[in-house]
Design a protein around this ligand. Sequence first.
Ligand SMILES: NC(=O)c1ccc[n+]([C@@H]2O[C@H](COP(=O)([O-])OP(=O)(O)OC[C@H]3O[C@@H](n4cnc5c(N)ncnc54)[C@H](OP(=O)(O)O)[C@@H]3O)[C@@H](O)[C@H]2O)c1
Length: 356
Amino acid sequence: MVLPLVTFSDDGKLLGKGKRMFTWPPKVSLGLGTMHWGTTPLDKVIAGKIITDEEISLIQNRAASAGVTFIDTAEGYGGGSSERRLGRLRFSQSGFLIATKFIPTYWRWTPQAVVRAIRASNRRLGIESCDLGFVHSPIHPRSPDVWIKGFARAHEAKLIKAVGLSNFNAEQVRQAAQVAKEEGVPLVANQIQFNLLVAASTSLKETVQACHENGLTVVGYSVLGQGLLTDGLTERRWDKSVLAKRLKLSREELTPLRNTILKIAQNRNCRMSQVCLAWARAHHVVPLVGTRSLSQWEDSLDGLGVTLTQDETQELDSLALGRSTFDRARSQRLLILGFLSLLMTAYKVSSVFRAR
Ligand SMILES: NC(=O)c1ccc[n+]([C@@H]2O[C@H](COP(=O)([O-])OP(=O)(O)OC[C@H]3O[C@@H](n4cnc5c(N)ncnc54)[C@H](OP(=O)(O)O)[C@@H]3O)[C@@H](O)[C@H]2O)c1
């Protein structure tokens, strides 16, 4: 299905120039996450299976029919092979709002690095100008101001239409908003982890507040807790959960939260994943769902009909855990940066091959 390239809404901002404009925030509050849409052998090792182009085309059609046109990728996902897929399957030409992310690595130090990276992303995506470019993370030793300035140069060169932040805390959001204003580039979102495992953290609350003060939409990732908050949490999934380890979770502390999500889901005859997505929407967050099959995506779309009552939202809020994803020591940030830089290099090697 081909959607019109220009969409209008009463309450959204219309961004971009010429015939390829888009409204922000998206009319339907849901986005397709493509972190596991890479096609390299390394993706197969990390994700266990590779979703096919045919299944993604079905997801694309179902999304378009439901009016969901926001899709999130990154140069880092599958070393660019996730972006390449979106290009091959002509997501942009089908009217989807394409967001990608620039990843600050150890070999990137200047605004010009952003321009080069966005040019390469656009080439993979098969477009001249990307709708939304996120700074993937503020973990680099250089101030994030450098990347915002880089995005401003990319915006001047018509390589992107708007800019987003990702994993920026309250202070970093305020600083970035100031720089974006000085540079005259539209800053529209902050993409952060937003789920019931982190919602009670003070730094998350302050970050959301800073986003609202500066007119940024909060885009939530890992809203399903990467499967920790959905139906069918098996022992195997728990043991393999990277998020559980990263957030230092125990199964015991998860139980009251999961029981309440399940109770609400059973009362409403819906799925736990749909309760989590509805909870994020109740907080005016646009949730991304990491989709690895058509049936998962159909669940997410069916969940658009679920709206929680204030009492249900408050009950979930009262049980939310408060793991912080923002308060990391400098040494830890540099380690993560080193790991991401290595991963990017490994992907470069792996992307020479295509997984079977
Ligand atoms: N900016 C950042 O730093 C950042 C970080 C992480 C993610 N993201 C973005 O956010 C997206 C989503 O985040 P995420 O993948 O971390 O977390 P998520 O959406 O919480 O979890 C995705 C996992 O949940 C399962 N799932 C998906 N739909 C489901 C459904 N309807 N019912 C039950 N289970 C379902 C799938 O696992 P199984 O297939 O194993 O069942 C899937 O891999 C990513 O694709 C990416 O675009 C951004």
